[in-house]
Design a protein around this ligand. Sequence first.
Ligand code: RB5
Length: 152
Amino acid sequence: MPWKIAVGADNAGYGYKEALKQLLEGDARVASVIDVGVGAPDDGTNYPSVAVAAARKVAAGDVDRALLICGTGLGVAISASKVKGVRAVTAHDLYSVQRSVLSNNAQVLCMGERVIGLESAKALIDVWLGLQFDPTSASAAKVDEICSYEGD
Ligand code: RB5
């Protein structure tokens, strides 16, 4: 903290991406927000392109985290997790959002515009911004084990 964050969405998540970007830009815990697209609601770019663009920024260290939105939050998570070193999750409830960082050290949070209400998404992101993985915790060895399977 303060976090450098990438945001991205396909057209099914464009509306939430814009709203949540605004939320992030107004939060003192956020240093910068990079928008990897899509840039318009009628942009038909497929969700994997956007998700991988954001995940590559995480992997390169250009940003600390990414927030990705599609219809379900599923496709963007699957796609972002293909990038080496990136752990992306779909989470729409408080406990999962908390554990995604504290247990899994996930750098990418994905949500579905067709799944969660906007105000609930905003509340979860408020929590997400306050979370930080503890590398001395018992979870660290498990995350290391996840990383050890990359490329299998
Ligand atoms: C629309 O393409 C929809 O399938 C997409 O936004 C996402 O929900 C996929 O996982």
